[in-house]
Structure formats: structure tokens, C-alpha cells
Design a protein around this ligand. Structure first.
Ligand code: ASP
Ligand code: MG
Length: 422
């Protein structure tokens, strides 16, 4: 019997009525001859609500002890939704049981609020499946070696689902969400955006890391590493839609380049509004500068994205990089306190009103001039490029936030993404 993992996001689990719909859909899949494992998120808004309560009590205490409690707290959201789904399935006449991460167990490291899955014991789940039950496994959470509850970072239920699918060697992992697949870009920004029927795992990885919010990036990494067939599809189709039609809907994430049907050079435009740019001005241009600036930033657990160092003039240079906007103030403070005096640099300046726009496509490997087309399009729109970074399959630019929509739409048109694929 094929083994299928379904993952349902918070919106899909948002009310008793929606949970009932999920249960009916899952029951349909089970009755059609599949072994079913279901990984739900917390009901929509619940994780935010819980974390806001903690903030009310202790706004800015960041310590491992505090983060441990955050995980203890946030994990309850998925425990509740999982139990509700099992109850709804039982009401549909299915045998069903739910497990919290620690009951499976899903083992993680101890980095509270952003733990990584290390291993999953599939015995208990498999025994239940073999006994004919639908098994619900909480998303987003696990347990560390010392028995503390951990969570996997916001959006982590995607990763739970793919990890469970990998551990159980599932035939497919279906990620049900409030959009009907992966789009060429966000349709709210470019109305001409359209759904991709397939996207390669590498493109998805770029798109997920570049700010497309459809999937948590770690879930895509997991899928790539363990070759888990994965599909993103809508949970808002009627639950009783024909199962064969449903099984082909949404966007399939592929692993083989030649499986990709749509051979566009650029498959999508990703963007990220959550970045901020920081420049250290007048730093002596000597070996070790990047390390002396970014070392303390990394030590403070701040992730750095695009980096550029200017040509030096009179032995001095400017060094710029981007960080997540939430880390902006902290990074400036840290540089002013620790790095500026030690380096004898002139100043630290920053701009939190920037964004990053990227074109992504495995076709870029075999085509030249793609990046220059991007630069031309932006220049024709009068958009100044502040920073550029590239990889084999993407080119990203940092621009003023106010040009985001314009840039995305212009690029979407220029790279032929407005037209339906043949
Ligand atoms: N409930 C968690 C969150 O809101 C995990 C998830 O939904 O994937 O981030
Ligand atoms: Mg999500």
C-alpha cells in the first residue's frame, strides 16, 4: 500500500469546520488504499497568540532558559490541532491516533526555537499504520537528548512533514496550503504571475531562501537530501474532488532537470522585503578585514546575506552587507561598540528600507546574458542597483524598497513569465 504524508498549514486547520474538511479529505485518501500520516500546523494565529503572551510577560529576555519555555509554549499549538484532527477523523469513522513530537520520537538538537531534526524513530507510527490507523504527527516540534521539547523555527511544520516522509520512505509528501502551488512570483505583487506545474528542487531552494513564503527552506533542503517527492497544493479545493485529479494538482518539486517541462530560462522572480543594508565606511584595506567585521556578527548569531567590498582608495575601503531587518539595530550597535574602535573605521551607516529581488532558473546555467538583461530592465525603469549577488541559478539585486513592485513586474514581463507556458 502506498504511504502518503499530508501536511496541512494553519489556515487549512483554522476552524473546526476546516479541520472537519481536512479529516474528510484524509479519509478519502485512506479509503482509496493509502497508508496515511498527517502533519498539521497549529490553528492559524495560534503560534503568534502564544508567543505574544510570552512577550507580554518578558519582552526582551533572550536566554536559553527563556527560549526553552517558548518552545514548551509554542509546541502546544500543534498538540491541540493534532488531537482535534484525530477526533475529527474518528468522527468520520476512521481509526486515528495523534502523537506529539516526543512521543514518536522526533529527535532534534537543543537549539530552542530553531532546532534541527536529527532522527525520527518510525516504529510506533508504522505499527499504527499497519493496524489500519491514520496517524497524526504534530508539526513544528521535537525533543532533544535531555528530553526538552524543541521547535523547528517558524513555518517548521513543512520540515516536520518532509522529515517524516523521508524517515518513512513515503511515496509522496503533499503540502496542503492556502495557495494552489508555487507561482512564478507573488500574484499580489505581479497579477500576471502563474502557477508552475513543476519546479526543480534547486530552484525551489533558491525561491524558498529568497523569500518566497510557500515552504520553509529547511523542508526543501530535506526533500533534496532524501529525494522526497513533494507537491504543494491547495487545501481549498472541495474535499471530495476526484483523487486522481487532486494527486496531479499544484506544483510538483522535481529532482531531474529533464523532468522539468517548462524550459524557461528564468522560472521565477523571488523577493525579500525583510532585509537591511549596513555599511562600514573607511576601513583599512588589509587582510582579515572581512573576518574582523563579520566574525563578531556571526558570533552574535546574526545571519549575513549579500556582501560587497568596494575598491580601496588611499588604503581605505567601504564594506557593506545585508542582514535580516530584525537584526538591523543590533548589528549596528554591535559594530559601533566592538568593531569600529578596534578597526579604526570611520563610521557605520545603514538603510533598513531596502529589498532584494532575484531571478531564479536552472536555465541560467546554459544561457549567457541573463543577468545583463535583468540590469537593463531595471535601468530602463530608473531603478538603482545597490548590491548584486549571483549563483549558478540566480541573480539577486538589492534595491530601494519603494521600487519592489515595479522591479518584480518589469522582470516578470521581460523574462516572458506573463505568458502561459506552452
Ligand atoms: N505553527 C508554526 C508557525 O506558525 C509552525 C508552522 O505553522 O509551520 O510557525
Ligand atoms: Mg507555512
Amino acid at each position: 500500500m502506498p504511504l502518503i504524508v499530508h501536511k496541512y498549514g494553519g489556515t487549512s486547520m483554522g476552524s473546526p469546520e476546516r479541520i472537519r474538511n481536512v479529516a474528510k479529505r484524509v479519509a478519502k485518501w485512506a479509503r482509496a488504499g493509502h497508508q496515511m500520516v498527517v502533519v498539521p500546523s497549529a490553528m492559524s494565529g495560534e503560534t503568534n497568540r502564544l508567543l505574544a503572551l510570552a512577550k507580554e510577560l518578558a519582552p526582551s529576555r533572550v536566554s536559553p532558559a527563556y527560549n526553552r519555555e517558548l518552545d514548551m509554549l509554542a509546541a502546544t499549538g500543534e498538540q491541540a490541532s493534532s488531537a482535534l484532527l484525530a477526533i475529527a477523523l474518528q468522527a468520520e469513522g476512521m481509526e486515528s491516533v495523534s502523537y506529539a513530537g516526543w512521543q514518536v520520537p522526533i529527535r532534534t538538537d537543543s537549539s530552542y526555537t530553531k532546532a534541527r531534526i536529527e532522527s525520527i524513530d518510525d516504529q510506533r507510527v508504522r505499527a499504527d499504520l499497519n493496524a489500519g490507523k491514520v496517524v497524526i504527527v504534530t508539526g513544528f516540534q521535537g525533543i532533544d537528548e535531555q528530553g526538552h521539547i524543541t521547535t523547528l523555527g517558524r513555518g517548521g511544520s513543512d520540515t516536520s512533514a518532509v522529515a517524516v516522509a523521508a524517515a518513512m520512505k513515503a511515496d509522496e509528501c503533499l503540502i496542503y496550503t492556502d495557495v494552489d502551488g508555487v507561482y512564478t512570483t507573488d500574484p499580489r505583487v505581479a497579477p500576471a504571475a502563474r502557477r508552475l506545474t513543476t519546479v526543480s528542487f534547486e530552484e525551489m531552494l533558491e525561491m524558498a531562501s529568497l523569500g518566497s513564503k510557500v515552504l520553509q527552506i529547511r523542508s526543501v533542503e530535506f526533500a533534496g537530501k532524501y529525494k522526497v517527492p513533494m507537491r504543494v497544493l491547495s487545501s481549498f479545493t472541495p474535499w471530495d474532488i476526484d483523487i486522481h485529479e487532486e494527486a496531479k494538482s499544484g506544483t510538483l518539486i522535481t529532482f531531474e532537470e529533464d523532468e522539468k517541462m517548462e524550459q524557461a530560462v528564468v522560472s521565477g522572480i523571488a523577493f525579500n522585503r525583510d532585509e537591511a543594508k549596513i555599511s562600514v565606511l573607511g576601513v583599512p584595506d588589509t587582510p582579515g578585514i572581512a573576518y574582523r567585521i563579520l566574525g563578531p556578527v556571526a558570533d552574535a548569531n546574526i545571519e549575513v546575506d549579500v556582501i560587497i567590498q568596494n575598491l580601496s582608495k588611499d588604503g581605505k575601503t567601504d564594506f557593506s552587507f545585508t542582514v535580516h531587518r530584525n537584526d538591523y539595530a543590533r548589528t549596528i550597535e554591535l559594530l559601533k561598540e566592538k568593531v569600529l574602535p578596534a578597526l579604526g573605521a570611520q563610521d557605520v551607516v545603514g538603510d533598513a528600507k531596502i529589498c532584494k529581488v532575484s531571478i531564479v532558473g536552472i536555465g541560467m546555467r546554459s544561457h549567457v546574458g541573463v543577468a545583463s538583461t535583468m540590469f537593463r530592465v531595471l535601468s530602463e525603469e530608473g531603478i538603482n542597483i545597490q548590491m548584486i549577488s549571483t549563483s549558478e541559478i540566480k541573480t539577486s539585486v538589492v534595491i530601494d524598497e519603494k521600487y519592489l513592485e515595479l522591479a518584480v513586474r518589469a522582470l516578470h514581463t521581460a523574462f516572458d513569465l506573463d505568458k502561459p507556458a506552452e
